[in-house]
Write a protein of this length. Structure first.
Length: 280
């Protein structure tokens, strides 16, 4: 074989190799983009219409914000009614093919009214969430579960006025009520179950009057109550630690209507809590 022919064949071989690499590189995004409008095992899927009809949008188990406008929003992808429409506030039913119960939320960042859809289940979104879906994540479970520490309170910075659930904005009671509503999916308010809940130091008594259990030790998801002080104090329990301490999200602990997260213990000091309202 001549030197010239050998060089030519080697050049062809390099060109073919580069072409193969180029094809592989171009295919990588398609492999990563698993959202294809098919509800595969391990995915959580929305349908545009009720009763699992219309275009499908398939998702991973947790999505904090679907986006609201094209071209950046998550959209219904498969053929059918609603194809190409943004998913946010446009879904009517869902199929949960993940291994966990999925909680659908009214607000982005896992806030507001919610609905749980069990693993493997199909469900129409309820009247509060149909065409009002903004985020989803695995629902916290009972027992040794925990909730993420976060300041998702919609009235942060507010020091006056009354919130929609009838507590004063920026106070511990308003934030705790919000946490019960957004994290537990319970439509709690200041007159819940026909009882006036009022100041923080009244919450344990109000819970008992409403038939809601109150305990002397915490579980994640409880509202912790401090009875002492002029008004008392309430906080949302996010985690119980193995050493008996627990962590809380709260507002207005040190004044200033501000958020804080801290680790505390059971007791009657002003920095502690002695009663735990268990809504769920």
């Amino acid at each position: 074989m001549s030197t010239r022919v050998g060089r030519a064949l080697r050049a062809i071989g390099v060109s073919v190799a580069l072409a193969i690499v180029g094809v592989g590189t171009a295919a990588a995004p398609a492999q990563a983009a698993s959202r294809d409008g098919v509800c595969d095992s391990g995915e959580f899927c929305y349908f545009y219409n009720s009763d699992y009809a219309g275009s499908i949008s398939d998702h991973v188990a947790s999505q904090a914000d679907y986006g609201a406008t094209q071209p950046s929003c998550f959209e219904f992808k498969s053929a059918g009614n609603g194809q190409g429409v943004c998913v946010k506030n446009n879904a009517a039913s869902a199929w949960n093919r993940t291994g966990s119960t999925i909680r659908v939320y009214f607000n982005s960042d896992f806030g507001g009214t919610s609905q749980d859809i069990a693993s493997g289940a199909k469900a129409n979104l309820n009247a509060s969430l149909k065409n009002n879906n903004a985020s989803h994540q695995p629902a916290p479970t009972g027992g040794g579960s925990s909730y993420p520490a976060k300041d998702d309170y919609p009235y942060r910075g507010a020091t006056t006025g009354v919130d929609p659930w009838n507590f004063y904005k920026g106070q511990c009671t308003s934030f705790a009520a919000w946490a019960v509503r957004s994290r537990l999916g319970i439509a709690f308010h200041n007159y819940y179950d026909g009882v006036h809940w009022g100041n923080a130091n009244n919450w344990a008594a109000a819970a008992r009057s409403a038939g809601i259990p109150v305990y002397g030790s915490p579980k994640a998801g409880d509202v912790a109550v401090r009875l002492g002080g002029t008004w008392g104090h309430v906080a949302f329990v996010t985690r119980v630690n193995s050493n008996g301490t627990f962590e809380v999200d709260e507002y207005n602990y040190n004044g200033g209507s501000a958020y804080s997260h801290r680790t505390v213990s059971v007791g009657t000091a002003n920095s502690q809590f002695s009663q735990f309202v268990r809504f769920k």
